[in-house]
Design a protein around this ligand. Structure first.
Ligand SMILES: Cc1cc2nc3c(=O)[nH]c(=O)nc-3n(C[C@H](O)[C@H](O)[C@H](O)COP(=O)(O)O)c2cc1C
Length: 184
């Protein structure tokens, strides 16, 4: 399997780190693109070097490099995950404003009918954010907000992260980290 992973400047860099580790474990070929906003947010919220994160990917692209494989529909992939996904990036995708490589790769996924999963994060959400998210949902984009979950009785933040990462993995038929839900 070949996936594009985009990171933009919303809070939640740790979710991307965990996703990349899991994709790596499943032998997925990872094509990574990180916006400047994502690099800044990453620095603020996580004790993990961005360069170490890039080591988890098979290919890493400069967000300004529009002239590269993932900018073209002729480069076949199994889809893309944007995690975390800022409201600016949501707006860009919803309006076809592909002014950087991450936005262009997402635009390509939509036009080629490939799976696009986003993990958008903002609180509270404005009508503008919701309008843009609705536009994406209507175009087949899978929206996985990193919401807290309690029915699984989490005891750590890691439990919450694993839950979100599992929801992403399941979209690509990859093994989930958390067990299937069974009501007692
Ligand atoms: C520490 C930090 C946290 C941020 N968290 C969010 C967030 O959760 N959601 C969001 O939409 N923007 C957030 N932002 C703002 C975006 O990073 C900013 O709008 C940026 O221009 C997004 O650009 P990008 O989508 O190209 O990465 C945050 C910025 C910083 C510095």
């Amino acid at each position: 399997m070949k996936l594009i992973v985009g990171m933009s400047g919303a809070s939640g860099s740790i979710i991307a780190v965990e996703l990349l580790k899991n994709l790596r474990r499943e032998d997925v070929e990872i094509h990574l693109v990180v916006t400047d906003g994502a690099a800044l947010t990453f620095k603020h919220e996580i004790n993990f070097d961005l360069e170490d994160l890039k080591q988890l990917a098979n290919f890493v692209y400069d967000v300004k490099d529009i002239d590269t494989s993932i900018a073209s529909g002729s480069f076949k992939t199994d889809g893309m995950v944007i995690v975390p996904c800022s409201m600016k990036t949501v707006a860009g995708i919803a309006n076809g404003y592909a002014e950087n490589l991450l936005l262009r790769a997402a635009d390509v996924c939509i036009k080629e009918n490939r799976k696009l999963v986003i993990v958008p994060r903002e609180i509270p959400l404005s009508r503008i954010h919701l309008k843009n998210l609705k536009e994406l949902a209507e175009n087949g984009v899978v929206i996985i907000p990193p919401m807290l979950t309690f029915y699984n009785k989490p005891s750590t933040i890691q439990d919450q992260i694993d839950h979100v990462v599992s929801k992403i993995l399941m979209q690509f038929n990859l093994p989930s980290i958390v067990p299937e839900w069974k009501s007692r």
